[in-house]
Design a binder for this molecule. Structure first.
Ligand code: GLN
Length: 492
């Protein structure tokens, strides 16, 4: 197979070619950089490249192959790292002016795992500033475009991660998901995106947005690749006290199990009103597909769902206002030059360093936590959050997996929502509850709408049930045979 073609495939084909010595890891990695050079001016996925690091990793892979040593499952497979995750000695910007010249002094735990698994990180990819947004238009540096249609957003906040994989500029990516930031861009770009159970993956070295919601997870072309990458990143880490001290199963083990007797509940509130026509028919077809695979389909109601956006925008902004207090121009990052005194320096640094959306969140969050309002807003939101979780607990007494669209519509035009924060917030109506409840959730691409934009289905499972979730996703993928490489062909 031609190497240009090979880098557009899943890790499986690439690994086979490496093991058969048809290509070297160096050649594979260089081909990815050739693709970045050819396409990224149009796509805008990368904030910075880490080429010497990637080539050094590829060299280690080639040595192992030469010596017939055992190769970790994703060794030599290119990965794009969201630019809010640290890679030691390279920039981490969170796509914010306030961290524009920041160089990571240490590796995130997930990055360390990339290193020990010989996964070449090819670069740091764009996001909405501090992961706040749904379109990647909130980056302080540039807009990332959807490889399926350059006029459309790739989704956000992990838009760079998804666009890179969809455009052939990396085979795998890591994103972070606080309210949908892995699943939404995966859905808009025709990819698989998985937010693991809260605590499954260490966040040490991830720039914190909302600490009770943030999770790191894979964006990939196939369900199997998502399982393989989750195998690499999952596990306890003493540096993240929220990471779960549990044994990590092999997430590829159950992928191919048949679905006889598996119960799938479609979420009534998300599958009836307000869906784009093509999304509604994709949901219907998917349910038919599952039925024909032997699954049992039932309707599930999550009545408190309607409060989830309101609850999220109190909890997430409150935590963000606290987490972002550290960016004050003193210890690291941008510092305003024209300040008269310390207080003035704080104020000017933050006024100049943060973008509008980040400021909006800090103000909202500070208000919700302020004395006199804390009980009315923050405490109330936490109570409703508990009730949302109870809804899920009840649902999972009846079904194994919940189904809905990942978003009520497909990718929207660049510029069409950015002036209207509320309409932007509403894109996460289906994804936000999984973060509030801490449960694993993923996107699986199932088809295209009338404008040839990808449609994604969201599957959710009970806490720690990623293996079942991946199994149900794999069977759908197998039945649908979605062609993820369409945009790569259009670009070259
Ligand atoms: N779009 C949501 C927000 O703006 C979620 C972002 C995320 O998951 N990081 O907060």
């Amino acid at each position: 197979m031609d190497i240009k073609e090979l880098i557009t495939k899943s890790s499986k084909e690439q690994r086979q070619a490496l093991l058969n010595k048809e290509v070297s890891a160096r050649e594979l990695t260089e081909a990815v950089y050739d693709c970045i050079e050819a396409s990224d001016e149009k796509i805008g996925a990368y904030n910075s490249l880490t080429k010497d690091f990637a080539l050094e990793t590829a060299k280690k892979v080639d040595e192992k192959i030469k010596n017939n040593e055992e190769l970790p499952p994703l060794a030599g497979i290119s990965l794009a790292l969201k630019d809010n995750i640290n890679l030691k000695s390279y920039p981490t910007t969170a796509s914010s002016k306030i961290l524009e010249n920041f160089i990571s002094p240490y590796d995130a735990t997930v990055t360390k795992k990339m290193k020990s698994n010989l996964i070449p990180i090819v670069g740091k990819v764009n996001l909405d500033e501090f992961a706040m947004g749904s379109s990647t238009e909130n980056s302080a540096f540039k807009i990332t475009r959807n490889p399926w249609n350059l006029k459309k957003v790739p989704g956000g906040s992990s838009g760079g991660s998804a666009a890179a994989v969809a455009a052939g500029e990396a085979t795998l990516a890591l994103g972070s998901d606080t309210g949908g930031s892995i699943r939404l861009p995966a859905s808009y770009c025709g990819l698989v995106g998985l937010k693991p159970t809260y605590g499954r993956v260490s966040r040490y070295g991830l720039i914190a947005f909302a600490s009770s919601l943030d999770q790191i997870g894979p964006i990939t072309r196939t369900v199997e690749d998502a399982a393989l990458l989750l195998n690499v990143i999952a596990g306890h880490d003493e540096k993240d006290s929220t990471s779960l001290n549990l044994e990590v199963p092999d997430f590829t083990k159950e992928l191919r199990n048949d679905l006889k007797g598996v119960k799938i509940g479609y979420i009534k509130e998300l599958c009836s009103e307000g869906l784009a026509e093509d999304v509604a028919s994709a949901v219907k077809n998917t349910l038919e597909t599952y039925k024909s695979l032997g699954a049992e389909i039932v309707e599930i109601s999550l009545p408190l769902m309607k409060y989830s956006i309101a609850v999220y925008y109190i909890v997430a902004t409150a935590e963000a206002s606290s987490n972002l207090a550290r960016f004050d121009g003193v210890k690291y990052g941008y510092r305003a030059k024209d300040a008269d005194n310390l207080y003035d320096m704080y104020v000017k640094t933050r006024a100049q360093g943060f973008g509008d959306e980040v400021k909006r969140r800090i103000m909202l969050g500070t208000y919700a936590l302020s004395s006199g309002y804390y009980d009315a807003y923050y405490k109330k939101a936490q109570q409703v959050r508990r009730l949302v979780k109870n809804d899920f607990d009840k649902a999972f007494e009846k079904v194994d997996v919940l189904l809905s669209p990942t978003c009520p519509h497909t990718a929207f035009d660049i510029g069409s929502r950015i002036e209207d924060p509320l309409s932007m917030y509403l894109t996460d109506i289906a994804t936000i509850t999984a973060n509030l409840a801490g449960i694993p959730a993923m996107n699986v691409p199932v088809g295209l709408d009338k404008d040839s934009m990808p449609i994604g289905i969201q599957l959710q499972a009970n806490s720690l049930n990623e293996a079942k979730l991946l199994n149900v996703a794999f069977k759908l993928e197998e039945a649908v045979q979605f062609n993820y490489s369409t945009p790569i062909k259009m670009l070259v």
